[in-house]
Design a protein around this ligand. Structure first.
Ligand SMILES: Nc1ncnc2c1ncn2[C@@H]1O[C@H](COP(=O)(O)OP(=O)(O)O)[C@@H](O)[C@H]1O
Ligand SMILES: [Mg+2]
Length: 185
């Protein structure tokens, strides 16, 4: 079974292949409704209606070499964990992939290493906006982890966001933020 972070990596990789200059990753753990929702949105090349209609078919790819059943596996995870996948896309506008699964379900995969997934998606050519929020039993926001590469790049003042020391710094910062989030569960 793929962890949620591995699914996110697959889907963001599709976004990066699509020539996007902006990608949004939004993870919401909703304790009140007992759901985990993941939204990944890009402004890449998009898909036409024909491709969109058959994109969950495991035999469909537009690549010369498959990169790994990203969308069919996501759909399978949703099916197993009492959830759904929705994909919307428009040519030259971009694509939005949405996963909504039951958090307490036996077949709900563990979150996995979201930090390293996010860090591995950082690049100078793409603006990444990442949010992981936790909604508590009363439905209100308990805590969140946010990373906005636009802000980071301004502070870096020309230094590459994929410079090893920058990556390590961002990783450390995210780990600390997740520790805070875990503490508020
Ligand atoms: N974000 C996206 N933007 C544009 N096309 C996409 C996107 N995500 C998926 N696709 C299209 O759907 C196909 C299937 O994606 P996927 O299931 O991840 O398998 P693979 O990446 O191995 O082809 C891709 O080959 C691509 O044509
Ligand atoms: Mg893929």
């Amino acid at each position: 079974m793929k962890e949620i972070a591995e699914h996110v990596l697959d889907i963001v990789q599709n976004s990066l292949f699509s020539g996007a200059s902006g990608v949004e990753i939004d993870i919401t753990e909703d304790l009140q409704r007992d759901r985990i929702r993941v939204m990944i949105k890009d402004n890449g090349c998009g898909m036409d209606e024909d491709l969109l209609a058959k994109v969950l078919d495991p035999f469909v790819t537009t690549r010369s070499k498959r990169t790994g059943l990203g969308l069919p596996l996501l759909a399978q995870t949703a099916e197993l964990a009492n959830g759904e996948v929705k994909i919307s896309s428009q040519v030259k506008q971009g694509t939005q992939v949405y996963l909504d699964i039951q958090r307490s379900h036996w077949d709900c995969p563990p979150l996995g290493n979201v930090v390293d997934t996010v860090v591995s998606c950082l690049s100078d050519h793409v603006e990444l906006m990442f949010v992981h929020r936790l909604l508590g039993l009363e439905g209100g926001l308990v805590g969140e982890v946010v990373l906005d590469t636009k802000e980071i790049k301004e502070e870096l003042d020309g230094v590459s966001v994929s410079h090893p020391e920058v990556l390590l710094f961002i990783r450390k910062m995210l780990i600390q933020e997740y520790q805070r989030l875990e503490g508020s569960k």
